[in-house]
Design a protein around this ligand. Sequence first.
Ligand SMILES: *[C@@H]1O[C@H](CO)[C@@H](O)[C@H](O)[C@H]1NC(C)=O
Ligand SMILES: *[C@@H]1O[C@H](CO)[C@@H](O)[C@H](O)[C@H]1NC(C)=O
Ligand SMILES: *[C@@H]1O[C@H](CO)[C@@H](O)[C@H](O)[C@H]1NC(C)=O
Ligand SMILES: *[C@@H]1O[C@H](CO)[C@@H](O)[C@H](O)[C@H]1NC(C)=O
Length: 198
Amino acid sequence: MLLNFRTCALLFANVNFASAWNTFVVPHTAGQDDTSGLTAVLANYSTNSTILFKQGITYNIFTPIKFPVLNNVEIRFEGNLTYPTDIPAIQAIVGSSSFSGAWFAFTGGNNVTLRGSTDPKWGWIDGHGQEWWNTRNQVNRPHGFAFSKINGGVIRDMKLYKPVAWNFATSGSSNIHAFNNRIYALSVDPDNAFPFNT
Ligand SMILES: *[C@@H]1O[C@H](CO)[C@@H](O)[C@H](O)[C@H]1NC(C)=O
Ligand SMILES: *[C@@H]1O[C@H](CO)[C@@H](O)[C@H](O)[C@H]1NC(C)=O
Ligand SMILES: *[C@@H]1O[C@H](CO)[C@@H](O)[C@H](O)[C@H]1NC(C)=O
Ligand SMILES: *[C@@H]1O[C@H](CO)[C@@H](O)[C@H](O)[C@H]1NC(C)=O
């Protein structure tokens, strides 16, 4: 009797897990690249999930993130995110044959939301573009978001701070609703250090 009850409870727990909404808080380690901590478990959070960059944390996105096909996924950018400041390191990644074409690359899916923060201090994705603009460096610049092949997507409240070049592309996507996004690309030296084609 007891055994039967246990088996039942276990089955029920499994069913619950399969249909539940999952939330994954992206882990952060000071001074380290936070990309691998996310990509290592992305396959488990590619359906019916929230992926949360938490407020109060500045995430180091030192290497590009490539998302698998996503279905019913919301990615919330409530913390800050930072690109690397090492320009040659970025250029080496962008120039390599394995680079997907964008720092945040999507490969397809349905009902995917990118949602930033409405708190003015948080949710900024800092590209450190000023350093590139200062030298008019246009060699192997990282493109931002390739929100590709998404059917039914939302891009809202996103905030990009001094992006190096290119912000959002939506190739192959349909039914995309983009609103209330902010791109701050103001150079400190607009005459000599301009945010070319950003
Ligand atoms: C995702 O949720 C929907 C209901 O909103 C459900 O029909 C579907 O089976 C779920 N998918 C998975 C893989 O859990
Ligand atoms: C992710 O799923 C794999 C199997 O698909 C499992 O072995 C692993 O424990 C899961 N990881 C997490 C963090 O849930
Ligand atoms: C679409 O995704 C949102 C989360 O962004 C979720 O609340 C909603 O249930 C999803 N829609 C369907 C039809 O599953
Ligand atoms: C988040 O990043 C933006 C842009 O770099 C910056 O202005 C803001 O101060 C940062 N927020 C915190 C809490 O450090």
